[in-house]
Ligand binder design. Structure first.
Ligand code: CP
Length: 307
């Protein structure tokens, strides 16, 4: 069974059943990456193009590995290697790629909404790999997968998202996905980094981290966007670390077996202390492992192939 959509643009648009189908499909693909020969022929003959106009370590590599493990042909294009630097528009670039018979285009772009322009104009399936501060759906899905795998389900869990919610596409995807699957979502961060009116999304806002973390089952830390330092969002990094950095003492306020998550890249000593980032509660690297399986599921389901 495939998905009833051509593109993956935002978790906000997805039905609970579609999310569950993706998570189930990812489960069946996870085993492939543990084999000595990490490859299945599922997408042989398909062409996947990674079109990344912002830096990425995890997402780009993860989509590339996912496509290669499914035997697709993969092309990587980044800002510096594309004719966008000569003035070509995003849409013209994408149309030229499609003229070479691409099947799936994965786009990361600094502008919120950019993947929608491609999705409307192209025959190829489009996957949003992060657009501005809008959404990062494959990250949201791998976060859901990791929580479900570790906790056995998501319904009724207390999940706390900490940090720069205002600028975070991961936070938006996580909130939509977690709410659809029945979690109780709490946000914690400095008032300057929590969007006004976000309570209307059915989340509870806290400005004191300790109050948010009490009784939490999952803590998702957000990357503090250091490029925004000096723009008046925070007095200093040291103050942020003191008030919102996750340390062992704060983890102890959460429920036993709490999961500590972070989409990466982490700022050690700011969002999280090294002993927590590398400690027993941390599933940060397991998120990365699961990302490959989730992206294999997305590529497979969008390709319309039959297993
Ligand atoms: N989580 C995430 O999007 O990481 P990258 O920016 O390295 O892709």
């Amino acid at each position: 069974m495939g998905l009833k959509r051509k593109d993956i643009l935002a978790i906000a648009e997805m039905e609970k059943e579609e999310i569950e189908l993706i998570l189930q499909t990812a489960e069946s693909f996870k085993e492939v990456s543990t084999r000595e020969i990490k490859k299945v022929p599922t997408l042989r003959g398909k062409t996947v193009v990674n079109l990344f106009f912002e830096p990425s370590t995890r997402t780009r590599t993860s989509f590339e590995l996912a496509a290669k493990r499914l035997s697709a042909d993969v092309i990587n294009i980044s800002t510096s290697s594309s004719s966008v630097v000569k003035g070509e528009t995003l849409l013209d670039t994408a149309r030229n790629i499609e003229a070479m018979q691409s099947d799936i285009i994965i786009l990361r772009h600094a502008s919120s909404g950019a993947p929608y322009i491609l999705a409307r104009a192209l025959r190829s399936a489009v996957i949003n790999a992060g657009d501005g501060s809008h959404e990062h759906p494959s990250q949201g899905l791998l976060d859901l997968y990791t929580i479900k795998e570790k906790k056995g389900g998501i319904q009724g869990l207390k999940v706390v998202i900490v940090g720069d919610v205002l600028h975070s596409r991961v936070a938006r995807s996580d909130i939509h996905g977690l709410k659809k699957l029945g979690a109780e979502v709490h946000l914690a961060g400095p008032p300057t980094m929590i969007p006004l009116g976000i309570e209307q999304w059915g989340v509870k806002v806290h400005y004191r981290l300790e109050e948010a973390i009490a009784g939490a089952d999952v803590i998702i830390l957000l990357r503090l966007q250091l490029e925004r330092q000096g723009k008046g969002y925070l007095p200093t990094l040291r103050e942020y670390a003191q008030l919102y950095g996750l340390n062992s003492k704060r983890v102890a306020l959460a429920n036993n077996g709490v999961l500590v998550m972070h989409p990466g890249p982490i700022n050690r000593g700011v969002e999280v202390t090294p002993e927590v980032a590398d400690g027993l509660s941390s599933v940060i690297l397991e998120q990365v492992t699961n990302g490959v399986a989730v992206r294999m599921a997305l590529l497979y389901l969008l390709s319309g192939e039959k297993s």
